[in-house]
Design a protein around this ligand. Sequence first.
Ligand code: HEM
Length: 158
Amino acid sequence: MWGAAPVFAVWRLKRALNVGLEKELKEAVKLVCGSVNEMIWSKEESMDSDSGNDLLSKFLKAGLDVELVRNMVISFLMAGTDSTSAAVTWLLWLLTGHRKIEKQVVDEVTSIKNSEQLGFDDLKGMNFMKACLCESMRLYPPLVLLPVVLSPMKHICY
Ligand code: HEM
């Protein structure tokens, strides 16, 4: 822990002076927050006209604070993007090395009625695909390292 102490000092100083990576981080956070705010505002405007069945509409209709909704959207974006792309990348890579299995996956997908226009419900019928995805995630977990730091708290629920 002592070895890391000077590093903390460096980024704290950079943050205080608003230079280097800390400056870039601040700008990036501003950009992400701005984009998500626009997404929320445009959803609020269109909520009366569309069916409002999506998660964002549900959060807004529940009357949640806009800042809370914005933070939830950001955490969904962050948590969902790399994890899903890594999982799909490993699956596709494994399938390219196992042509027989790849054919079985393709057969399963094309055997579904209206396979040109697949929907969420069609996933329920893709048992072979699910097995491949599970095996691929077993072999190559998308989130290998998940560091969790517990901040000092007086009470942890018990
Ligand atoms: C293959 C894809 C995914 C994998 C492997 C994955 C894996 C994980 C793991 C291991 C955690 C930590 C659980 C814990 O120990 O607390 C987690 C948390 C989380 N994931 Fe995913 N995830 C995936 C996709 C997604 C997607 C698509 C979303 C959102 C659209 C999402 C949203 C979240 C959120 C919000 C948390 C935090 C939950 C909490 O704070 O309790 N994840 N995920």
